[in-house]
Design a protein around this ligand. Structure first.
Ligand SMILES: C[S@@+](CC[C@H](N)C(=O)[O-])C[C@H]1O[C@@H](n2cnc3c(N)ncnc32)[C@H](O)[C@@H]1O
Ligand code: SF4
Length: 344
């Protein structure tokens, strides 16, 4: 049975330099390259070559993998991306592309995504306010930003409509910090105005020693406003899909108490994380990656999807809950985002 989702950080480079990015910043890594197991960097020199990626995607057919989220870095600035998407789709596996949206201004790329039958495109936009968004998600070329993201989403939706195609579904993902709580409602309202199919506001995940932790991370002091904003969002009955009604309460609980034990976690059972160098982890949580013993480290290189992802037992409890985990819930509930707004 196909029931596994892969979150695949396909490539390390990016055309933006978001200040809170999981991949860190190019500037800090030029002076201090990260060395820890699983550490991500936009400067990575170890991204797999296309041939090794295609050797792995050729094994997806008849494997337990149902859906692949292609992320990064920025997947859509890598020239062979459409070949990888075609290979995954040809294996009968759904593809969700996670992008910063700026490459969607290329008509050839948008046509290619439609032709290959991409199932969904999740576009990151943190705010309805261009200044806020571009402060935290600046482009490396100093020119692109909020306007180009909106133009890219508009182009994708217009091309889909012109083709009379049902897909891809298109959604906006926003990183919520203590500085943009009003965007919990404002970005989904903008998404609805643009004609998007779904919107997902996600809490920022930063380690306690991150330089921006004190400035951006949410904590118990923000839980009441967070809940109020989510209540307004769900009450607004926008014509698009949101995560399930249980999501806001779980986000608020995680922000209040970002530690604990998860019963029967999907990480390592129905969710896996693949890094640009091909490493396979149970999930993207830095706590979980650090706790993974060397003998349990795996790679897609020379392996098949069936060998790597066939469940070997029941989901295990995990004592390493952190705010990193919260952003996996919408991925695991993604079926819901494919159903029309208003359906149960
Ligand atoms: C790492 S990006 C890769 C795909 C693409 N470049 C993009 O920005 O959508 C995947 C998602 O993670 C989000 N993200 C990055 N760093 C984050 C952090 N520290 N906390 C929460 N979300 C984060 C991004 O905003 C984006 O929605
Ligand atoms: S666009 Fe995505 S990968 Fe690039 S810096 Fe921003 S969050 Fe990171």
């Amino acid at each position: 049975m196909r029931e596994v989702s892969l979150l695949w950080g396909l490539r390390s480079p990016c055309n933006l330099g978001c200040r809170y990015c999981y991949f860190g910043t190019v500037e800090e890594h030029r002076t201090l390259p990260p060395a820890a197991a699983g550490a991500l960097s936009h400067l990575s020199r170890s991204d797999l070559p296309l041939e090794q990626i295609l050797a792995f995607t050729a094994t997806l057919k008849d494997s337990p993998v149902q859906r692949v989220f292609l992320a990064g870095g920025e997947p859509l600035i890598w020239p062979p991306i459409l070949d990888v998407i075609a290979a995954v789709k040809n294996a009968g596996v759904q593809v969700v592309v996670c992008t910063n949206g700026i490459p969607l201004n290329r008509p050839d790329l948008v046509a290619g995504l439609l032709e290959r039958g991409v199932d969904a495109v999740s576009v990151s936009l943190d705010s309805a306010d261009p200044v806020y968004n571009d402060t935290w998600r600046p482009a490396r070329n100093g020119r692109d930003g909020w306007r180009q993201v909106i133009d890219g989403v508009t182009a994708l939706l217009a091309t889909r409509a012109a083709c009379g195609a049902a897909g891809p579904k298109v959604g906006l993902y926003s990183v919520i910090t203590r500085r943009n709580l009003p965007d919990i409602t404002a970005v989904p309202a903008l998404a609805a105005e643009l004609g998007c199919d779904y919107a997902v506001p996600q809490p920022i995940a930063l380690s306690g020693d991150h330089a921006l932790h004190g400035e951006l991370s949410l904590n118990g002091a923000h839980a009441a406003e967070l809940t109020e904003r989510f209540t307004a969002l769900y009450g607004a009955r926008l014509p698009l899909r949101l995560p399930p009604a249980s999501y806001p309460g779980r986000v608020a609980a995680a922000v209040r108490q970002p530690t604990g034990r998860v019963k029967r976690c999907f990480g390592g059972t129905t969710l896996f994380f693949v890094e640009p160098d091909g490493s396979v982890w149970d999930c993207p949580s830095s706590l979980k990656i650090t706790a993974t013993p060397a003998e349990r480290r795996r790679s897609i290189v020379g392996a098949t999807a069936t060998d790597l992802f066939t469940p070997t037992g029941c989901a295990a409890d995990c004592g390493l809950f952190s705010v990193d985990c919260v952003n996996m819930w919408p991925l695991m509930g993604f079926d819901r985002l494919f159903t029309p707004a208003g359906a149960a």
